[in-house]
Every structure is written in structure tokens, then in C-alpha cells.
Design a binder for this molecule. Structure first.
Ligand SMILES: Nc1ncnc2c1ncn2[C@@H]1O[C@H](COP(=O)(O)OP(=O)(O)OP(=O)(O)O)[C@@H](O)[C@H]1O
Ligand SMILES: [Mg+2]
Length: 284
């Protein structure tokens, strides 16, 4: 079976001032494999993704758990062709992100924490605008927008009010709804629930589960939230400083650490055991 996401020995470093030069643009310079390390007069670099390999199976919910700066967002941007790896290979349902970027873009969609909207416009208007970018038909899309937003728990009235009047949780749901319009086979969610209140968090998590169950969508999500990772993900890759330090099902990850006094180890304990450091969570 072809993996939904196949990542083989991927390395990505940023040269600080002009890190964004490697966007996938037709006129970009060919990717260089030289890793400058700040020595010998080279520009200092930040290694964001450090020789990472894993495969995600179709229909899986795959979590990437790690502290700030561990490389989660960079990984997502690499998977979605927004950045190219310096070395290594990424395939999305067999398509190479570098050689077949168009095919890859048809199969995936990404929701990031800083999703941007026209704030004065309503969710309906924002989604119709997004749909046009995908070349989707207006009337059909209008009906679909209502279906998707209602399923995400948005009331009919909210669908037609300006986005600026909505809570962050609601805006996040609209961001997910927009990504769903193109019916992606893979959904990449960069911290879909960070900063949401517990109820919105649960609603977003329910949507993720439903997508997997009803549509068979493959979902890769990043989070700092260990409870979320445990409850939602079939498998979790724990990242630290650009490296995957462990990758397994939640029960198998917990089994890496001996329980103390009869208590079950948490993923926090696992992270501490593997890295010697705390996985600092915020907003919990
Ligand atoms: N465009 C960029 N230019 C330079 N450095 C970058 C860029 N993007 C990310 N980095 C650096 O790469 C490393 C990994 O960043 P990344 O955003 O992938 O981490 P993250 O795990 O998503 O963190 P967070 O939990 O804070 O979102 C960090 O050291 C970051 O400063
Ligand atoms: Mg991030």
C-alpha cells in the first residue's frame, strides 16, 4: 500500500536572513545540499528538521508532539510544498513534493494557527472566495459551506456575520471548513486547538475524528497538548530540536517508561525520559 505521507531522511535548515528564498517558485534557484553550520564564514543556520523519517498510512490520525521550536510547523510546511527540503525525500501518495508539487497540492490542504481571513467579511463570503480559488462552482459550494460549518457547530447567524465578531475557536473552525472545501485526502493541521477553550477544543477534535471515520481522510496534526495527542492520534511522533525521538502508538510510547508507584506514565514522563527535559505546555 502506498503511504499517504512518506518522509525519508528529511533535513531543513534556515539561513537566518533569507530563509524564505526556498519557496516553491518556478524561478527559484535549485536547492543546494550544502549545510552551512555557521563556521568557516558561512551564515549561521538553524536546523529546523534534522534527518526525519516516518510514514503515515492512509486514514491514520498522526500526531506530531513537541515543544516550541522543535520543528513541527516547518515539517508541515515541507509536507505542503511551501518549503523544500535541503535533502531527503517527501512523497504524498507516491508524489514527490519537489518534482510533482501540483499533484501534491491537489491531495493536501493545510490549516495553520495564523489562518488569514478577510475579517470584515462573513465566513460564508470568506469560504466562497476560497472556493473560487479552487475553481469550485458557486451554488453548490454555497450549500456545502452551510453543511460544513453547521457540522462544525457554527450557527446559521454566525455564518453570515463578519469574522471579526467571532471568537478564536469559531475562526479556527472556519479555517478547517475552508480547508475541507477542496476535499483533501490529507489534512495537515498545525496546532488546530491551541488557544481554544475546552469546549471548542472538543468540537474541533470531534470534527477531526469524524473526518477520519466518515471520509477516510488522513490527518497529520501538531500539538503541544499531550492529552489531545493521546486521545486523538493513532500514532504520535515526539519531536525535539528537529529530531523525531520516538514514534509509536500512545500505549507503546507510555510503555517506554516504567510506571512509578503503580501510576501510569504520561507522555510528559516519556518526553522527560527521552530528552531529559520537560515538555512545557502553554494555555492548558
Ligand atoms: N522562516 C524561518 N526562518 C528562520 N528560522 C526559522 C523559520 N521558521 C522556523 N525557523 C526556526 O526553525 C526552528 C523550528 O521552528 P518551527 O516553527 O518549525 O517549530 P515549532 O515546533 O512549530 O514551534 P512552535 O511550537 O513554537 O510552533 C526554530 O528554531 C525556528 O526559530
Ligand atoms: Mg509551530
Amino acid at each position: 500500500m502506498t503511504a499517504a505521507i512518506y518522509v525519508d531522511d528529511v533535513y531543513k535548515a534556515f539561513g537566518k536572513p533569507d530563509a524564505e528564498r526556498r519557496l516553491h517558485l518556478p524561478w527559484r534557484a535549485p536547492a543546494s545540499n550544502g549545510h552551512s553550520n555557521g563556521k568557516n564564514g558561512h551564515k549561521p543556520t538553524v536546523v529546523a528538521v534534522d534527518h526525519v523519517s516516518f510514514a503515515v498510512q492512509p486514514g491514520e490520525i498522526f500526531g506530531v508532539l513537541g515543544p516550541n521550536g522543535s520543528g513541527k510547523s516547518t515539517l508541515i510546511r515541507l509536507l505542503s510544498t511551501l518549503l523544500l527540503p535541503d535533502s531527503g525525500q517527501i512523497r504524498i501518495f507516491g508524489h514527490d513534493v519537489d518534482q510533482e508539487a501540483m499533484e501534491v497540492q491537489r491531495l493536501i490542504n493545510r490549516v495553520s494557527v495564523e489562518a488569514s481571513f478577510f475579517k470584515k467579511l462573513s465566513p460564508m463570503e470568506n469560504l466562497l472566495y476560497g472556493a473560487r480559488l479552487y475553481g469550485l462552482d458557486g451554488r453548490e459550494t454555497r450549500a456545502q459551506v452551510v453543511v460544513i460549518l453547521t457540522r462544525l457547530g457554527l450557527e446559521d447567524r454566525a455564518i453570515r456575520n463578519p469574522m471579526e465578531q467571532m471568537s478564536r475557536g469559531m475562526q479556527q473552525k472556519v479555517a478547517i471548513a475552508r480547508a475541507l472545501l477542496s476535499r483533501p485526502r490529507i489534512l495537515l493541521l498545525d496546532e488546530p486547538t491551541t488557544g481554544l477553550d475546552p469546549r471548542s477544543k472538543r468540537e474541533v477534535q470531534a470534527v477531526v475524528r469524524e473526518l477520519q471515520q466518515k471520509e477516510g481522510t488522513t490527518i497529520l496534526l501538531t500539538t503541544h497538548d499531550m492529552t489531545e495527542a493521546e486521545n486523538l492520534c493513532d500514532r504520535i511522533a515526539i519531536m525535539d530540536r528537529g529530531k523525531v525521538v520516538a514514534l509509536d502508538t500512545p500505549p507503546n510510547l507510555r510503555a517506554l517508561v516504567p510506571g512509578s508507584n503503580g501510576t501510569q506514565p504520561t507522555l510528559e514522563d516519556v518526553f522527560l525520559e527521552l530528552t531529559g527535559r520537560q515538555l512545557v505546555t502553554e494555555e492548558e
